[in-house]
Design a binder for this molecule. Sequence first.
Ligand code: FAD
Ligand code: N01
Length: 549
Amino acid sequence: MADDETRADSFDVVIIGAGFSGMYMLHKTRELGLSAVILEAAGDVGGTWYWNRYPGARCDIHSMDYSYSFDDDLQQEWEWSERYSPQPEILKYAAHVAERFDLRCDIRFGTRVGSANWDDNANQWVLETETGDAVRGTWCVLAVGCLSVPQRPSFDGLDDYKGDWYHTGLWPHEEVDFTGKDVAVIGTGSSAIQSIPQIAKQARHLTVFQRTPNFSVPAWNRPLTEEEVRPIKENYAAYRENARWSESGYNGEDAHESGHDVSDNRRRSELERRWAEGGFTMLSTFTDVGNDAAINKIVADFAHEKIREKVKDPKVADLLCPTSHPFGTKRLCVDIDYHDTYNRPNVSLVDINAAPIERLTAEGLKTTETDYHFDAIVFAIGFDAMTGPILNIDIRGVEGRSLRKEWEDGPHTYLGLGMAGYPNLFPVTGPQSPSVLTNMMSAIEQHIEWISDCLAYMTDKGLDRIEARTDAQQDWVRHNKEVGDTTLYPLANSWYVGTNIPGKPRVFLPYVGGFGEYRKICDDVAADDYRGFVVASHDRRGDDLWDSA
Ligand code: FAD
Ligand code: N01
């Protein structure tokens, strides 16, 4: 019999992370009548939107789509102010949800989980926090996020640098004022592309250090009007249902035709029309942008043209044109005034392929050509994405097997929702699920609802152990690779394939078979008594194993 202290720290469900995934999971556990706790490293809810407070941070999915759909009162009462929501507003929304559903009382903030060990006899996960506390749960939900482990700058001389430095993904809570300062931004991914125009407005001089230029499409952000919002709210159920079964989890305009089947004039007008709409719609200008190199090049050339139209100095424009990867195969950026910013007299662009950064110095940084002095350096160098947040925890499954070791050559999951040898452990929007290729709010809701339906099923049947089968897992890993290889994505070096992190295996991480299609696969698996999983009761294990395969 457990003592009082152990009992107090034992739950049906332990959830790691209090971003949108963890918050919804906690809400669902209450509906199921299960006891649950969230362990969260941050000081409050919000996840991504708690940590990424850099100037210009905002959503690249329309506000009316980037929100929970599970509660109609919630979606009716909340009012988004802009087409693409800024970070403070999304964080406010997260806080509103936490209050509305009284979530904070079951969240332990400032609590980072360092390890998770499967206790086979107790049929529980034992989570240890970095302060040495242990929490037990029959079920463990890894709501740890995909982009929650910032890449630490590893430049020589970082400790010598006397100025201020920041990582976009770990931005301070107090206001950072760059007024009158010489500032460097290293990186030109989405975080940089959002922050550069804002920093440029304050800084005395801003120098951007670029390794790979990125494709970026204007957001054409603006305030949302009552005329736009009303029809959506009046039909929100249908609007959400459309997103649920769509390719990418939001209400966007699908591709209508192959780029091969249209005249030059029609092609041009479609490109212009999509550009004028802005954002991700450029990815579906034609049905074959993502898998036909010739059609992709047409879109890429068009984007180059737009850069050259915008940027006055032709040498700078050339440097800003991405040529090393097909359009959209690194995460497409959605910007506000990014390319215009290079016309400002206080902004310069340094190509660090031509002159690599050698080291940081006391005053700034040194490339192979020049010694720069900066008051502040902003590292916009990204994240150890998708696998990083999971492997940051030392996860030990049945008989002590180590997930870190088993994923040395890349992730192995079944549906991205379970791993053979790791019972009752559910990743959320992790590798081999559609995740970052979708509107993440849709992907989160789909995963959390699948997991909570699974817990309801198990409870109803008096079962308490579910584990992916090895053969189902192998098939899913193979299927992921096959689908990925039909696209142009694997051609780019990016965090989608792990090449941004030294030593990380090159594996295309998200599932690219389409969100609606994936939902159907997951639903079918559940309807077929969790085909591909072994479901059992741990009391009866060995003599009365109930195997759904
Ligand atoms: P997160 O929000 O990442 O939350 C995970 C939480 O888990 C964090 O609070 C973290 O502190 C905690 N955690 C992790 N590991 C541990 C541990 N070991 N112990 C304790 N706590 C832990 N997606 C879109 O669809 N559209 C967008 O426009 C968009 N914009 C983005 C902008 C930025 C700057 C970034 C970084 C990501 C963006 N994303 C976007 C992706 C975004 O991560 C998701 O939309 C969503 O917020 C993820 O929610 P989550 O709860 O799954 O994960
Ligand atoms: O990170 P990134 P991010 N020396 O990895 C460069 C989401 N998000 O934080 O391309 C010099 O994309 C690196 O160069 P290269 C979104 O999903 C969304 O910007 O590897 N440079 C690259 O330019 C996004 O994709 C929004 O050659 C180095 C940059 O740093 C994801 O989060 C906003 C370097 C990193 O780009 C990650 O975005 C923000 C080095 N050592 C984030 N290491 C929205 O718009 C890396 N770089 C909603």
